[in-house]
Design a protein around this ligand. Structure first.
Ligand code: MEV
Length: 311
């Protein structure tokens, strides 16, 4: 049975601003989703009939990127859904990886392009950051200009993104999941309304872009003190854009005494925060005491890959 897996992600810097063409950095993490496919008599997902409502990403992927007949699809995910950790991107990428395996092999860039197409169709407005990092793994740096280490270049309406490989130094992150699931589409739409209406929001988006560019250098130098400071600044700017929440703020505040920096990650509104630390047990304990679900993660893992066939 052809199968593929893909990692979840954290966004280190630049979420939301990346939708407007600003730079962002994302890292693949050691939480994976595996998808196996085989030919069947009707489209089934974990034994249930494929539904546009409940399996929107697979539904769009089959409609737009598969013409080989009904599939029996089995999904096994270690990424909590709606957590801001890239579960829908990993699902889309792993599914497209599994059907590519069925056709003879996975081509990373082809899967990345198709996965972004699916995510944009389902989500409404998106950048290629989640799908690109889930495909490539390791780290990904997106910018509006071409730089060293280019992986692929993607255009959508008047926007464009150059997606680059970003080396990941050995760093420890603790994730704090609020337990509140927050779909990305409405949060992206909310920021867009604010951006379109006010000069102030456009300035905040520019400022997030500047913080991210500084972060690229600090990450390369493994300057955790400066990088942590930039993460905290980014969090405050995202809060000004209206995508933090009392629950996220509580977990960020709990992590800070033991961290170089902490911020919401992904779309926000609920979902998760991340802390950069060298005291992961302390941070995990503080997050758990404030009602969050902590995960200590390793960043910079494999992207989409074929998994051994299971019977
Ligand atoms: C979500 O993980 C990241 C956002 O910037 C949306 C996107 O880039 O598509 C909020």
């Amino acid at each position: 049975m052809p199968a593929a897996s893909a990692p979840g992600k954290i966004i280190l810097l630049g979420e939301h601003a990346v939708v407007f063409g600003k730079p962002a950095i994302a890292l693949g993490i050691d939480m994976r989703l595996t998808c196996a496919v085989e030919k069947g008599t009707e489209n089934l997902v974990n034994g249930q009939p494929l539904s546009e409502r409940y399996h929107s990403y697979i539904h769009a992927a089959i409609r737009d990127h598969w013409s080989g007949g009904p599939l029996n699809i089995t999904i096994d995910s270690k990424i909590p859904s709606g957590s801001g950790l890239g579960s829908s991107a990993a699902l889309t990428v792993a599914f497209l990886g599994a059907v590519a395996e069925m056709r003879g092999g996975i081509a990373e860039e082809e899967v990345a392009r198709a996965a972004f197409d699916v995510e944009s169709t389902v989500q409404g407005r998106a950048s290629p950051i989640d799908t690109s990092v889930s495909c490539h793994g390791q780290g990904v740096f997106i910018d509006s200009a071409r730089r060293e280490g280019l992986l692929w270049h993607i255009r959508r309406d008047s926007r464009q993104w150059y997606v680059h490989h970003c080396p990941v130094p050995d760093l420890t992150f603790v994730i704090g999941f609020t337990g509140m699931r927050a779909p990305t589409g409405p949060l992206v739409a909310k920021v867009k309304r604010y951006f379109d209406r006010t000069r102030f929001a456009r300035d905040v988006v520019d400022e997030i872009g500047a913080v991210t560019m500084e972060g690229v250098k600090r990450l390369r130098d493994r300057d955790v003190v400066a990088l942590g400071g930039l993460m905290s600044r980014d969090h405050n700017l995202l809060a000004i854009l209206g995508v933090s929440s009392p629950e996220l703020q509580r977990l960020v505040d709990a992590a800070m005494p033991f961290s170089y920096g902490a911020k919401l990650t992904g779309a926000g509104g609920g979902g998760s925060m991340i802390a950069l630390t060298d005291r992961p047990e302390k941070v995990a304990g503080a997050i758990a005491r404030r009602g969050g679900v902590p995960y200590v993660v390793r960043a910079g893992v494999d992207g989409v890959r074929a998994e051994p066939m299971s019977e």
